[in-house]
Design a protein around this ligand. Sequence first.
Ligand SMILES: Nc1ncnc2c1ncn2[C@@H]1O[C@H](COP(=O)(O)OP(=O)(O)OP(=O)(O)O)[C@@H](O)[C@H]1O
Length: 335
Amino acid sequence: MENPVIDLKGLTKRYGSLKAVDDLNLKIEKGEVFGLLGPNGAGKTTTILMMLGLTEPTSGKALVCGIDATSNPILVKRKVGYMPDSIGFYDGMTALENLVYTGKLNGLAENEARQRALDLMDLVGLGDSAHKRASVFSRGMKQRLGLAEVLIKRPEVIILDEPTLGIDPAGVKDFLGLIHQLSKEQGLTVLLSSHHLHQVQMVCDRVGIFAAGKMQMEGNIHQLSQTLFAEDSYSVDMTVREPLPASWEHLEALQNIRDVRGVRMAGNLVQIACAPEVIPDMVRFFVARGLDVMGVHKREFGLDEIYQKYFDNHQIENNANEKSRSIFKRYISKK
Ligand SMILES: Nc1ncnc2c1ncn2[C@@H]1O[C@H](COP(=O)(O)OP(=O)(O)OP(=O)(O)O)[C@@H](O)[C@H]1O
């Protein structure tokens, strides 16, 4: 990566004997959406605070848009919009007044701030609520207003901490769609910290699993899946019309096909761990035995399984949001 927008070099933060962040190296490029994942206490917030110049590193550097966040925090704050997990507004002001106020604080003239605030309220789906007091906003509406407030100063980077908390499912889809659009169309660089793995997977180009102050793994979903699940990272779900008996006579022949690494059967569903190239062979196998194939679904492991597998493998205490955990389904592997 030639000119990363975010460049963390050996970033370390100690609190007494605790290393909250331990020699972190991370580069994020322009227009990239990077998901920062990790259990409670992993060091995510401490990292973000150092990137904003709000906490001084014990050693190492946080460069944002080429600026050292520790020695130039004010300059960095002009370039970076930060949306914390709980956002405060001036309750006595309307949503529009709040945004205009923030715009003016960031150097916009009154008219420009007003116009931009109105445009942004439309963008985040609050166009009809511009003149309502922020105090009457629901949590989800406050999150949307928070995004508008972050965007008003035209940041080059936005850092979002659990941004979808309290937003309804349709709103989450809109919100993530908007993040994606801003990154791809306007080159906005996004660092997203969240425990909602499915949402992170929907929007992030790359994710990093952070634990015990260290970046344990990083890459896109495909790379992480390949690293953790190796040969089992692909599988295909075949659905046949009639349920198959547990002692299906063709099971062994299926298991012995080249590149098939495991088979699991449940009624009329057969899950086969195999390379994607052999999917047509699988279909032919079933058809040749007189079975009606009703569905073929190629499946890759998602971030939920990747995250769980990582912590299963490494036995690092995982206190993260229990809702984000899912049951990892294992295949019956060939002996
Ligand atoms: N000001 C502080 N003084 C002492 N220890 C701190 C301080 N701030 C954070 N820590 C410790 O540093 C570690 C990392 O905390 P941090 O808030 O960065 O974690 P996190 O990954 O953001 O967690 P969460 O997902 O719960 O928000 C924790 O062990 C925490 O107790």
